[in-house]
Design a protein around this ligand. Structure first.
Ligand code: SLL
Length: 262
């Protein structure tokens, strides 16, 4: 590294869009028969991953259009302790772990950047989701046929890794790898709004393979803004209504009081 490379570019921020999360599918009776004695109680196969946010065209993989290996050195997935070698270090893309299991649990995801970045590792948490979303938010384990019919469960979170005051050489490297932009709209079959970390579980409940593979889009951001705007209008309208009722009741009270006095 030359001295010039070791200079931080002050006041500048640059980010890379990522997603992290999991997909899960229920094992068919045949797949369950093939499990080893140690894993014979397992019911699902899942993949936990860190990927670029944009999906490749025509891909049935959520995200992952760009290879993140140019700035990520290692992704370390710390699984539940019931798993043998529960910390899994992945040193090249795809940064993911596929396992079978029977239970949902929280994974610690530690992202280490290349040394030239001078950045500290970043830690994320993700709850491995195996069972379909429900309206109540309470976990419900559907019967096997229903789970098979519904198809893979998806739980993904969009995030942006922000580098503030990056080193000049690291900045150059990042700029040499511009991220694939998110498409404006979902390109294939429609998927309800918030597949990741749903704000509204009503929206997420329908996320099954019948709906196609989820894809993050710019439209989601727009939808969310509109949704907030709608909610605000509703609250204001409700406030107005209560105000009106309050005024009416007050008038009634005045009248009654007057009657009493007379
Ligand atoms: C639960 N708190 O009770 C969670 C724990 C553990 C998940 C889930 C398999 C590990 C193995 C597995 O699915 N562990 O291979 O024995 O739901």
């Amino acid at each position: 590294m030359s001295n010039a490379d070791r200079v931080r570019v002050r006041g500048l921020s640059i980010f890379r869009p990522i997603i992290y999360g999991n997909t899960a599918t229920v094992l068919t009776p045949k797949e369950r028969e093939a499990l080893s004695p140690q894993t014979k109680d397992h019911t699902h196969r899942w993949t936990v991953a860190v990927r670029s946010a944009a999906s490749a065209p025509d891909s049935d993989i959520v995200g992952g259009a760009d290879d993140l290996g140019y700035f990520i050195k290692r992704v370390s997935f710390k699984l539940h302790e019931t798993y043998p070698n529960s910390t899994r270090n992945i040193d090249k893309p795809p940064f993911e772990v596929t396992e079978t299991g029977w239970g949902e649990f929280e994974v610690q995801i530690r992202i280490t950047f290349i040394p030239e970045s001078g950045e500290k590792a970043m830690i994320l948490y993700h709850h491995i989701k195996l069972h379909p979303w429900t309206l109540t938010g309470e976990p419900e384990i559907p019967p096997l046929e229903e789970a098979l019919r519904k198809g893979p469960v998806h739980s993904w979170q969009y995030d942006e890794i922000v580098f503030n005051d990056p080193y000049q050489n690291f900045l150059n490297l990042l700029m040499a790898h511009p991220p694939t932009l998110l498409p404006k709209e979902k390109r294939y079959k429609p998927t309800p709004f918030h597949i990741a970390n749903p704000v509204s579980l009503k929206e997420a409940v329908n996320v099954t393979s019948e709906m196609g593979v989820p894809e993050f889009t710019m439209a989601m951001e727009k939808d969310e803004a509109e949704r907030l705007e709608e909610a605000k209008k509703k609250v204001i309208a409700e406030q107005e209504q209560w105000k009106k009722i309050l005024i009416e009741k007050n008038e009634e009270y005045q009248q009654l009081q007057q009657m009493v006095e007379e």
